[in-house]
Design a protein around this ligand. Structure first.
Ligand code: 6PG
Length: 235
């Protein structure tokens, strides 16, 4: 069973998430002399990134940052996952630019995905992920062909309901992490949290169930509103 931590609200989630990040990065740098971290996009992590920006304990000079997915836009576009993380965190910490590995959303999507595969550095020390209301993780949406991917580590699927391509790490890459931290907030996510953690297996409808195969390495860090659908057995 994955670890489940329920905190009061989004502010507590940001603080607790930043503390987890710092502790996991510290463990990794103790063990390997560096930490390889994959960040998530979306709105939920922004507060946590802001807290991290002033967190004294993170040894940024030995951290490598990657992203789990990206929108097919330039880095300065409002929808850019890299752009958000840069404004909230990367621009404020002493991480060498060569260790900031963004997905090039401005390129032809498949080329960006192939380039990213060449840039990946093997097992992640920390995989930070969010959860969509429809149960998607990174840009692996319900019924996505990416769910069948067993070889590629980054691809650029066409996402019909977004009428757009996305660039995303694949299940083999997402699960190739020593620690996976799911960061989820808000009552809108309560149904997806319940489906991902408690409901019968249905990977096509809830890609977040992918994480069940890595339970011992997964922690769900969620706020009370997102936990409201869980049965007492889980919460
Ligand atoms: C993205 C994300 C995506 C995100 C969820 C939750 O590019 O949108 O990486 O997987 O984590 O959609 O997004 P919110 O935090 O905005 O609800």
């Amino acid at each position: 069973m994955a670890l489940l931590t329920i905190v009061e609200d989004e502010r507590a989630l940001a603080r607790e998430g930043a503390a987890r990040f710092a502790a996991i990065v510290d463990d990794a740098t103790q063990a390997h002399g560096r930490a390889i971290v994959s960040l998530t996009g979306g709105a939920t992590p922004e507060q946590m990134y802001e807290v991290l920006a002033s967190h004294a304990q993170v040894p940024w000079p030995v951290v490598h940052l990657f992203w789990g997915d990206e929108r097919t836009v330039p880095p300065d576009h409002p929808d850019s996952n890299y752009g958000m993380a840069h404004r909230a965190l990367v621009a404020h910490v002493p991480i060498p630019p060569t260790q900031v590995h963004r997905m090039r959303g401005e390129l032809v999507p498949d080329e960006a995905a192939r380039q990213y595969e060449r840039e990946l550095m093997g097992t992640f020390d920390l995989m930070l992920l969010g959860l969509g209301e429809d149960g998607h993780v990174a840009s692996i949406f319900p019924f996505s062909p990416v769910l069948e991917e067993r070889v590629r580590r980054a691809v650029a699927p066409w996402v019909p309901h977004l009428n757009s391509y996305r660039i995303t790490l694949t299940p083999p890459a997402l699960l190739d992490a020593r620690r996976i931290l799911m960061l989820v907030a808000g009552k809108k996510k309560a149904h997806a949290v319940k489906t991902a953690i408690e409901s019968p297996p249905d990977l096509q409808r809830c890609p977040a169930q992918l994480l069940r195969s890595a339970d011992e390495r997964v922690e769900w860090l969620i706020d009370r509103a997102a936990a409201q659908g869980l049965s007492s057995r889980s919460s």
